[in-house]
Design a protein. Sequence first.
Length: 202
Amino acid sequence: MPLQAVTEEIIRRALGAINNRAYLPYIDPTRRSKLAPLLNGRGLDQVFRVPNNFLAVYAQSHIGERNVKDKAKNVTAMTTANQQDPEDRLIHFKNDPPEFGTVIHELFHWLSHKDFFAGFHASPGPNVGIVDEGITEFLTRKITAEDRTKHYQAEYLEVRQLSLGDPNVEERFLQAYFKGDRENIRWLREHVRAARRRGVRH
Ligand SMILES: [Zn+2]
């Protein structure tokens, strides 16, 4: 189904906003090559979807989990990767048109490195909860002034707390998130675990 003009317009605005950010050089070349046509307005329909039955798509990517229906209630969008090819990803929106911030949030997931996406996004993941959502929200809220307190607020606050007063932490986030840098992924995992042991988590 082709995207509505208004939805396409929001997506274009989100792509433009992301394209203007200083961290673009961090993005892995494979992801950047997938981004390039979108920035030129090509292939939006191949990446962005507004399914007729969002719940069914959600359930499909959460097979084997409990309370899928309840969990899906608070979800407004999601990014899924093809199991055979983790670089082949789709973004699904529940609402049409989606909120600008929601498009930005999903675009960050879509742009993240496959090792990070797979390691952190997969539920239950490698035991640091959903810190990827915290980083994704952290990046998203730098771009939009929309009220996003309904979206991963606890995870956002945790990441903000971790990065306060230390620019090296944000640098490590970016290295892990966009480049899939192993050392920084390992560091992030340790750092988050240690902070949670100390009770930093909100
Ligand atoms: Zn997310």
